[in-house]
Design a protein around this ligand. Structure first.
Ligand SMILES: C[S@@+](CC[C@H](N)C(=O)[O-])C[C@H]1O[C@@H](n2cnc3c(N)ncnc32)[C@H](O)[C@@H]1O
Length: 219
């Protein structure tokens, strides 16, 4: 394994703004740092599969009265975002090393205002459709976590995931509220967060992919 990756696995364990969830361990959601009374009353934004957390970092910096949680299964990726948050003195952001399939164990029902899915794996094979982060079981989870009027936002370079998500949300009974098949060519919308470019997005754009966006409500 590359030395820098190994160093990150060690460094991330020392960071106060990263929580590790271990499989089989069970804690009540209110015991997680984002429900600390210091953050009471703050709107909460989740980024699932956040990687290095570029979107969470940008949202936390632009919205000091909102609390952002970036979740990823790979702790060496979270290390970059968590260290940046500390360098920038951002106190309204936290990272969780954990599986997205378990989010309802980490958050209280109807306590989240936005769920962001930033360049998730499109899982193109038919046999792995159920792993797409906009498949019905995931939508059920997001619906249980979102406050009334809350929304889910997806950014993707994948036409397949973009089209699938529109259909999946409609079949589930949700409402698509904003779409773009190329956020840099459509008329701008504040939700697109065009100015935030994640590591994965940069690679996709270098290959000529257009960046697509969907926002939807589930209640
Ligand atoms: C394609 S990358 C995108 C990373 C980042 N959002 C970006 O735009 O650069 C997908 C990320 O989702 C994470 N991921 C995929 N499935 C996951 C799961 N089931 N639970 C937690 N993280 C997951 C991966 O570890 C990876 O960092």
């Amino acid at each position: 394994m590359a030395k820098t990756k190994l160093h990150k696995y060690e460094r991330v364990k020392q960071l106060s703004n990263v929580t590790f969830s271990e499989f089989g361990e069970s804690h009540p959601p209110v015991s997680y740092p984002w429900y600390n009374e210091r953050y009471e009353g703050m709107e909460k934004i989740l980024e699932l599969g956040c990687g290095k957390g570029e979107h969470s970092l940008a949202f936390a910096a632009a919205n000091p009265h909102k609390f952002c949680v970036g979740i990823d299964g790979k702790s060496h990726r979270l290390c970059d975002g968590a260290e940046k948050a500390i360098d920038k003195g951002l106190g309204n952001i936290h990272f969780l090393r954990g599986r997205i399939e378990r989010i309802t164990e980490f958050f209280v029902e109807h306590s989240i205002s936005q769920v962001w899915l930033t360049f998730p794996d499109p899982h193109p094979k038919t046999r792995s459709i159920k792993s797409r982060l906009t498949a019905a079981p995931f939508l059920d989870d997001y619906a249980s976590l979102l406050i009334s009027g809350g929304m889910v936002c997806l950014k993707t370079d994948s036409d397949l995931l973009y089209n699938y998500t529109r259909e999946s949300v409609e079949q589930w009974g949700g409402h698509v509220i904003e779409t773009s098949d190329n956020i840099y060519e459509s008329c701008d919308h504040p939700l697109y967060a065009r100015e935030v470019v994640s590591a994965f997005q940069k690679k996709a754009q270098a290959k000529g992919a257009s960046i697509k966006f969907i926002a939807f409500r589930l209640n």
